[in-house]
Ligand binder design. Structure first.
Ligand code: ZN
Length: 134
């Protein structure tokens, strides 16, 4: 079951430049910054109601975000939806014919386990499903 749009992920080159832009846009400071070593990114979160914005800066050249920036430039990177049972949802999506980038959930930022769907099976949109860890 899909519960909400958790966040919109935005790829940025430099949080030191983009962070203040979004802070000015929302009229306040970010909620938190976190490094996710496994994904070689630094993430800055702005919570907005039930959802939010996640700014993603690469921390290494081989980061998936660095590759995205090279190919597409800065901008919307993915949409993240919270589900109640991520393993079950991966099985359901696989059975529906969607191609999963992650067949097994991995650790994301902000206390979530996440899995990406391949954008070629979702009209070019990178979709992340996520489940809060307790
Ligand atoms: Zn995300």
């Amino acid at each position: 079951m899909y519960k909400r749009l958790t966040h919109i992920g935005i790829a940025v080159k430099d949080l030191g430049i983009s962070g203040p832009v979004f802070a000015r846009l929302f009229g306040r400071k970010e909620d938190h910054i976190e490094e996710v070593a496994e994904q070689r990114v630094r993430a800055m979160f702005f919570r907005i109601g039930e959802g939010g914005v996640e700014l993603l800066e690469p921390t290494a050249a081989e980061s998936p975000i660095a590759k995205f920036l090279e190919k597409r430039g800065e901008g919307v990177h993915h949409l993240s939806f919270e589900v109640d049972d991520i393993e079950k949802e991966i099985d359901r999506l696989t059975a529906e014919g969607f191609e999963m980038v992650d067949k097994v959930p991995r650790r994301g930022a902000d206390g979530f386990r996440i899995a990406f769907l391949h954008p070629k099976s979702t009209n070019g949109v990178l979709i992340e499903i996520s489940q809060k860890t307790d």
